[in-house]
Design a binder for this molecule. Structure first.
Ligand code: CU
Length: 129
């Protein structure tokens, strides 16, 4: 009984002595494969850049739907500054000077009404899917 247990333990020790290296290598290969898959998947779903033109006191388009990770660029074509400021504070361009632009990378999915802090009548909606 005692000898049997020692033998069993000895065999297990041999197995554990030999396998960890193989196990580690296999794990590393798996991680590398996962990273490669993640990168190729990321290439397929590469971010899209959308432009919202601010002109004549309006956001155009006033409503825009994007995917998480997409870029939204507000371009100010007016002769005075504007902002794109989410009511929820999820994003806030601060002052965008004439002919300047500001880009937001869409984050948490949701519906984000926004306004120009300087001209509260100017309103838009960004939806992130
Ligand atoms: Cu404004």
């Amino acid at each position: 009984m005692h000898d049997f247990l020692l033998d069993a333990a000895g065999r297990r020790r041999v197995h554990f002595g030999g396998n960890p290296r193989r196990g580690t290598s296999a794990l590393n290969l798996g991680v590398v494969a996962s990273l490669v898959l993640a990168f190729s998947g990321g290439a397929d779903a590469s971010p899209t850049t959308y432009t919202v033109v601010i002109e004549q006191m309006r956001f155009n388009p006033p409503a825009l739907t994007v995917r998480r990770g997409d870029h939204v660029t507000w371009v100010n074509k007016d002769l005075f500054p504007h902002t794109a400021s989410a009511s929820s504070k999820a994003f806030d361009s601060r002052s965008i000077a004439p002919d300047a632009a500001w880009t937001y990378v869409a984050g948490q999915p949701g519906t984000y009404p926004y306004r120009c802090d300087l001209h509260p009548a100017m309103a838009g909606i960004l939806t992130v899917r």
